[in-house]
Design a protein around this ligand. Structure first.
Ligand code: ATP
Ligand code: MG
Length: 183
């Protein structure tokens, strides 16, 4: 694994981490277009195109010395590639998030989430007990309202990634730390 050299003194004790699906360029462009479309209906703040993703497992603040264990968990995942069709806009009132989801989710997606979370749980990582809803957050602080029809985005899922989230004053900055190909 390639890591930037860091001195002992600047190495953070914990890293904010999550596993995610990260879009290829064409999918990112398509999601960005849907983000513009939803913004026209629901307002709020659009996510930057280079940050859109689907969270598979959120770990939160994780001791840096457990990174090897995390990598081992992901190495143990044997899931198949699939295409995810995102065709359904959604709005969550409680956090004012506007998102794009799937009216039909392929079983391979749930299998990937299950395999990953089971491995993480067995290795002692805290995992989210809530049922997984596949979604791409496109708007924050949105007002919601009538749900507009969306052009389906066909996302070829060929890999998953581990992401480090740096919460800066101007918002979260994400860095893909490592990638795993799907069979
Ligand atoms: P901010 O917290 O500044 O609004 P953010 O939510 O984009 O930014 P993070 O909080 O680091 O950044 O979250 C990274 C990803 O994990 C996001 O997709 C977020 O929705 C998701 N996430 C955050 N907390 C949880 C959680 N407790 N359970 C599941 N997913 C989560
Ligand atoms: Mg957050």
């Amino acid at each position: 694994m390639t890591e930037p050299a860091r001195s002992e003194t600047t190495e953070p004790a914990t890293l904010r981490l999550f596993f995610a699906l990260w879009p290829d360029d064409a999918t990112r462009d398509a999601l960005n277009r849907t983000g513009k479309w939803l913004y026209q209906h629901w307002g709020g703040r659009r996510m930057r195109a280079d940050t859109v993703h689907i969270t598979l497992a959120f770990l939160g603040e994780t001791p840096a010395d457990r990174l090897d264990d995390l990598v081992a968990c992901a190495d143990g995942v044997e899931s198949d590639a699939y295409d995810l069709v995102l065709d359904q806009a959604g709005y969550w009132r409680h956090n004012r998030i506007g998102w794009l989801g799937a009216s039909e989710t392929p079983p391979q997606h749930f299998e990937l989430v299950r395999a990953l979370n089971t491995g993480l749980q067995q290795a002692g990582f805290p995992v989210d007990a809530r049922p997984h809803v596949p979604h791409v957050t496109l708007l924050r602080n949105a007002r919601g309202g009538e749900v507009p029809a969306c052009t389906p985005v066909v996302w070829p899922i060929r890999e998953f990634v581990l992401v480090q989230s740096n919460l800066d004053p101007d918002g979260a900055h994400y860095e893909v730390v490592r990638r795993w190909a799907l069979g």
